[in-house]
Design a protein around this ligand. Sequence first.
Ligand SMILES: NC(=O)c1ccc[n+]([C@@H]2O[C@H](COP(=O)([O-])OP(=O)(O)OC[C@H]3O[C@@H](n4cnc5c(N)ncnc54)[C@H](OP(=O)(O)O)[C@@H]3O)[C@@H](O)[C@H]2O)c1
Length: 299
Amino acid sequence: MTTVIDGKQVAASVIDAVKTASQALTEQTGVKTGLAVVIVGNDSASHAYVSSKSKMAKECGFTSVQHTLPEETTQEELATLVQTLNRDESLHGILVQLPLPKHLNSEPIIQSILPEKDVDGLHVVNAGKLATGDLDGGLVSCTPAGAMVFVKRTHGEDLSGLNAVVIGRSNLFGKPMAQLLLAANATVTIAHSRTKDLASVCRNADILVAAVGRPEMVKADWVKPGATVIDVGINRVAAPEKGEGKSRLVGDVAFEECAKVAAVITPVPGGVGPMTIAMLMANTVIAAYRKAGKAAPKF
Ligand SMILES: NC(=O)c1ccc[n+]([C@@H]2O[C@H](COP(=O)([O-])OP(=O)(O)OC[C@H]3O[C@@H](n4cnc5c(N)ncnc54)[C@H](OP(=O)(O)O)[C@@H]3O)[C@@H](O)[C@H]2O)c1
């Protein structure tokens, strides 16, 4: 029997743990966890993401601050806002929603966020801590952290003896995912667009993670029987069966056929997706515990 992971349910369990941790911190120290979310411009998808993040922060009992800046905001204005948020003692997490409008350079903005408030885990200090195996000192990028919750709930904390293949080498997902798997003792291969015979590389994987952005690229004969398959891809494809001009979301994994071979698999939508926001909340409460000089909870 194949297990299809219910990402919404796992995300809800993480959110419950965040609420409990946040409440306990307030009871013990009087500190209320605070998250600031910054959005620039008019991108409607980004606005939808940001409002669900702000809403979830409120649900978790956090102080939730949203800064909505106009499209014509300058680099200096945005940089000044980040400095103000860095100095604000009531805020433990700062998230600048990406992508920024084209005239803005996101990299110096992200790197100007204090690493201890970088709840997106994109600062080089946090990337460096992960790369050197310091999982307790830094903040890990939310989507790989969420995918890793699935892996650990399936295989336990120690992945010794297991082969993991991550398809994709982005700074946002592929590299941090590979480092998390390595830190848990898996034997890790990172595959990408220049990998030779990708199918046979994947067939070696006890844990196969796909983060490519190509609809249903991973086929059943790429999957080792009994493997755990984590699909990170989010691709919108035409769905004429739903009516003219309609579309649907699919992952990087051909779900129906791969589910017949895998032991555990994530669907799209409803798999990794809901975990990203849950781990953002987890990172924020972790940051608040550390600032209060308390041992941070684990998720
Ligand atoms: N919240 C979420 O659920 C969430 C969060 C982040 C990302 N995603 C989704 O995950 C997917 C990947 O995101 P990303 O930001 O990592 O994307 P990205 O920066 O575009 O990276 C894609 C990676 O896939 C590799 N690749 C492209 N074509 C390939 C091929 N034919 N064979 C093997 N590898 C190939 C690329 O290799 P090269 O490096 O050689 O070019 C690259 O390393 C996207 O669908 C994105 O929407 C979802």
